[in-house]
Write a protein that binds this ligand. Structure first.
Ligand code: NAD
Length: 252
């Protein structure tokens, strides 16, 4: 059985990735900072409470995986937080740093400890979760967009470094995903702009050719494809799962 580690895998997109790998017959190991959510994952998954910005915890997780599994076939570096929603001049440095720490440094640390395992095996895949914000920018979300842009550079570099060892690295850029995280964004923006939640939703959706949000399951299925042998010569790529963003700033 192939083995995958998913960071921030206890809920949202990471949980849907775990479910997609599970359906495809993989062994699933997730980590997440939320102990309650970690306790809620299926009993046949492995699950650890880990903050991806804490190198000591990340190193301990990979040591446990090396000891229990003897390696892994794929890493999904998925952890991310939205960060502040504010004009750039109103963003405190500590809030910038906290956002970049999870989205960028978290991906770096996971890749840092996965790379030796995958290189030693001479095969495997890294799948990093960015965002359409990392392709186009995202007004009033500067640290998030900057970090999501940076993980694309990180992943392309990993694809160059690890390709000679048979290891691939790709990025998924989700568009707006149905679920609690986007509901929070919709509620905050509706309150700030004196609009209804449905008006804000329709505004966001109108920025895509398909006129819709996507579902976490769609991201999970793409992660499985990118980790699979069906994608054995797909590396260094940035794959949007977004219904095709035609207007990244629809002024909702
Ligand atoms: P979410 O807010 O639902 O969070 C998913 C999980 O991340 C939670 O279980 C949370 O506990 C965990 N987490 C947060 N900080 C962590 C840390 N420091 N260490 C370990 N775990 C941590 O988010 P989501 O919507 O599932 O997003 C997953 C990824 O997809 C993120 O990288 C996000 O930026 C990206 N993304 C999401 C959307 C969307 O619309 N939801 C769109 C584009 C990209």
């Amino acid at each position: 059985m192939k083995r995958v580690l998913i960071t921030a895998g206890a809920s949202g997109i990471g949980r849907a990735m775990g479910e997609a790998f599970d359906r495809d017959g993989w062994q699933v190991w997730i980590c997440d900072v939320d102990a309650g959510a970690v306790a809620s994952v299926p009993g046949h998954w492995r699950a650890n409470v880990v903050d991806v910005t804490d190198e000591t915890s990340v190193a301990a997780l990979f040591a446990e995986i090396a000891s229990e599994w003897g390696g892994m076939d794929a890493l999904c570096a998925n952890a991310g937080v939205a960060g502040p929603t504010a004009a750039v001049e109103e963003i405190a440095l500590k809030d910038w740093q906290a956002c970049v720490a999870v989205n960028l440094e978290g991906a770096f640390l996971a890749a840092k400890y996965a790379a030796p395992m995958l290189k030693a095996a001479g095969r495997g895949a890294l799948v990093v979760t960015s965002s359409t914000a990392g392709q186009y920018g995202y007004p009033y979300r500067a640290p998030y967009a900057a970090a999501k842009w940076a993980v694309i550079g990180l992943t392309k570099t990993l694809a160059m470094e690890l390709g000679p060892f048979g290891v691939r690295a790709n990025v998924i850029c989700p568009g707006s995903v149905e679920g609690p995280r986007m509901e929070g964004v919709l509620a905050r923006e509706a309150a700030a702009k004196g609009m209804t939640r449905d008006e804000v939703y329709a505004g966001y959706a109108s920025g895509t050719a398909m006129g819709s949000f996507v579902e976490a399951r769609d991201i999970g299925e793409m992660a499985v494809f990118l980790a699979s042998d069906a994608a054995r010569f797909v590396s260094g790529q940035v794959i949007a799962v977004d219904g095709f963003t035609v207007n990244p700033d629809p002024k909702v």
